[in-house]
Design a protein around this ligand. Structure first.
Ligand SMILES: NC(=O)c1ccc[n+]([C@@H]2O[C@H](COP(=O)([O-])OP(=O)(O)OC[C@H]3O[C@@H](n4cnc5c(N)ncnc54)[C@H](O)[C@@H]3O)[C@@H](O)[C@H]2O)c1
Length: 391
């Protein structure tokens, strides 16, 4: 069968733009969950856009399909042959670019946090509401890793019993180096006042939001540890954004309140892209961290029974099957590939017709994250417990 091709334009050809292009280049890796054959749809990158021309040469050198390379994203939006856009630009540009993309009728996988702040996010959602036929999803790949996928299934099946406590986080460490030069992710006007929350928070909240664990309130502890960094000429410039965040929240599951601790850290010594989740329940507990990326710990419990942790290695088993042998390891770029498959599947088949049921993070889930982060900033300022508003 000939695959249905989706012509994509990429706006923002940096770190994440390349990840998407690399995923598109190994599409044959994936299989259809229903037939086991090659997926009946595939992305093709036909146009790229970056205001820095040097960023586009990697695309034009590696992808014969790219016929347009421009510094003006409007050229992609006015091209009727382009069906969808992947947009990975600094946070200050999300509102203007995402709304232009959607107004042009292009489907969009946009990068988190979907707006530099709550006002920008509201502006995006106002335009989305007027274009219900356009598929818009927010990039967040960790739930597509094999073990997080399982944990979601266990939560949705009610396996944990009453939830005792949840802890989830995403930790980096490279900012421990005070000589690391400043970049846009450390500047409030480009990255946003949320700092590390805007950068890392949606990754942590994707699973809690998907299973309905919306925090009702938050007590925030935010820290700015390295307050100056070398600027472009090597001289120190202010580094204003929050480096680390610890949010203590109350959430509910089946009417019962439980504590949820969320942490996003750019300065967690020794941690390199460590994403983790721990769910403790009265009947079952589970722990997973990308630090020990193929291992899941679980503790099934019956009253009076033993409390013994079970440790299991899990191979390559995500939501879409792949040519990779089941015993082999799964990594970051595999998570990206699986997320892309879910986006393309939903674009072609609609939510109800997807080859498997797990869909990408929605604009509504991204909006939830803005309400949480905005309340966290307020809590930091006032030292108070701040309610999180939901729509
Ligand atoms: N999903 C993930 O795991 C993940 C990881 C890192 C970053 N991100 C997100 O991806 C987005 C981009 O981050 P990045 O790390 O790729 O940044 P980056 O700095 O590597 O790339 C951004 C690119 O956008 C380009 N750009 C800036 N203004 C532009 C404009 N007006 N038109 C076209 N291009 C423009 C820049 O020149 C740059 O090449 C952010 O929203 C970030 O939060 C997501």
């Amino acid at each position: 069968m000939t695959a249905r091709t989706i012509n994509f334009g990429v706006i923002g050809c940096g770190l994440m733009g390349r990840e998407f292009a690399s995923a598109a280049a190994r599409w044959a890796h994936l299989a259809d969950p229903k037939t086991g054959k090659t997926l009946p749809f595939a992305p093709r990158i036909t146009a790229v856009c970056d205001t820095n021309p040097a960023m586009m040469s990697w695309f034009t050198e590696n992808f014969n399909s790219v016929s347009v390379a421009t510094d003006d994203y409007q050229a992609l939006l006015s091209d009727p042959s382009i069906e969808a856009i992947y947009c990975a630009v600094p946070h200050n540009l999300h509102a203007s670019l995402y709304t232009d993309i959607v107004r042009a009728g292009k489907h969009l996988l946009g990068e988190k946090p979907f707006g530099i702040d709550l006002a920008a996010n509201t502006a995006i959602n106002t335009v989305l509401a007027k274009h219900p036929d356009v598929l818009v999803r927010c990039s967040s790949e960790f739930p597509f890793f094999p073990i997080p996928t399982r944990i979601i299934q266990w939560i949705q099946a009610g396996r944990f019993g009453r939830i005792i406590e949840v802890e989830a986080g995403f930790w980096h460490s490279s900012d421990l180096d005070p000589n690391k030069p400043i970049n846009w992710k450390r500047m409030i006007d480009l990255n946003g006042e949320y700092g590390c929350l805007g950068d890392l928070g949606m990754h942590v909240m994707h699973i809690p939001f998907r299973v309905g664990w919306n925090p009702q309130n938050v007590r925030a502890l935010l820290s700015n540890i390295i307050t100056e960094r070398p600027g472009p000429d090597g001289k120190p410039v202010p580094c204003e954004t929050w480096d680390n965040a610890i949010l203590a929240c109350e959430a509910t599951a089946d009417g019962d309140v439980f504590p949820m601790t969320i942490s996003t850290k750019r300065i967690a010594p020794g941690e390199m892209n460590t994403w983790f989740i721990r769910v403790m329940g009265t009947e079952f507990s589970a722990e997973y961290s990308t630090k020990d990326y193929k291992r899941v710990k679980t503790l099934p419990y019956q009253p009076g029974g033993a409390q013994a942790w079970h440790v299991e290695d899990v191979g390559y088993k995500s939501v879409y099957p792949a040519i990779t042998g089941g015993i082999f390891e799964f990594g970051f770029s595999d998570g990206i590939l699986q997320m892309w498959a879910a986006f393309c599947d939903e674009l072609v088949n609609g939510r109800d017709g997807m080859q498997q049921p797990f869909y990408c993070a929605t604009p509504s889930e991204a909006e939830h994250s803005h309400h949480l982060f905005t309340a966290a900033l307020e809590s930091q300022k006032t030292g108070q417990v701040v309610p999180v508003s939901w729509h």
